[in-house]
Write a protein that binds this ligand. Structure first.
Ligand SMILES: C[S@@+](CC[C@H](N)C(=O)[O-])C[C@H]1O[C@@H](n2cnc3c(N)ncnc32)[C@H](O)[C@@H]1O
Length: 180
């Protein structure tokens, strides 16, 4: 049994930015949103609170405990490795990914939520590749990364830094990415 990622600084920072984006949007009731790696459901709750219809929000996680938990909260959620089980296109795709470089001392259980690969950016790179075919016209990705994440390949996305915040040992960054 894997534990569900407990909301931390990264979760709160992404949540704050999602709230700002959605509250400013005048089309929020029509927006279709996908969250990859929903964990505790903190982002799903922010998205709903900001005015997006529950029926327009889909989520997934590779951790079945997280999926069951988000379903209990009333959200649509499927067990999926990134986009493996995801069909359709979305106006916003958001991900607070595992972004840390591998640390051999970290327990296997928490690694799924925190470690993005040897350099940290490997899972993000897979995500960025797969996301392209799931973005609606003018759709965007809202992605969190850290100054500790190495090896990200941004491909041909147009990127805009929406916010950065320094914490004790890292700087968290939230990006808006669009297909050029
Ligand atoms: C840093 S946690 C973020 C959880 C939550 N969204 C938040 O903001 O607190 C990363 C989440 O991504 C999930 N995850 C890791 N690898 C995944 C993959 N390949 N496909 C889908 N979800 C994945 C983890 O299980 C975890 O719930």
């Amino acid at each position: 049994m894997k534990t569900i990622y407990e909301p931390a600084e990264d979760s709160f920072f992404l949540s704050e930015i999602l709230k700002n984006i959605l509250e400013k949007s005048n089309k929020k009731s029509e927006i279709k949103i996908l969250e990859i790696g929903c964990g505790s459901g903190i982002q799903l709750q922010t998205i709903k609170k900001a005015g997006v219809k529950k029926g327009n929000i889909l989520s997934c996680d590779i951790n079945s405990e997280a999926v069951s938990h988000c379903k209990k909260l009333g959200f649509s959620s499927v067990k999926s490795d990134l986009f493996e089980k995801i069909k359709g296109k979305f106006d916003i795709i958001t991900f607070n990914p595992p972004y840390l470089p591998e640390d051999k001392r970290e327990p296997k259980d928490s690694k799924t939520a925190t470690t993005g690969g040897k350099k940290g950016g490997e899972l993000i790179n897979k995500f960025l590749k797969q996301a392209k075919s799931h973005l609606a016209k003018n759709g965007k990705i809202i992605l969190l990364t850290s100054s500790l994440t190495q090896g990200i390949k941004w491909q041909n996305y147009k990127k805009k830094l929406l916010g950065k915040k320094k914490f004790f040992f890292e700087e968290l960054r939230v990006w808006e990415l669009k297909i050029i």
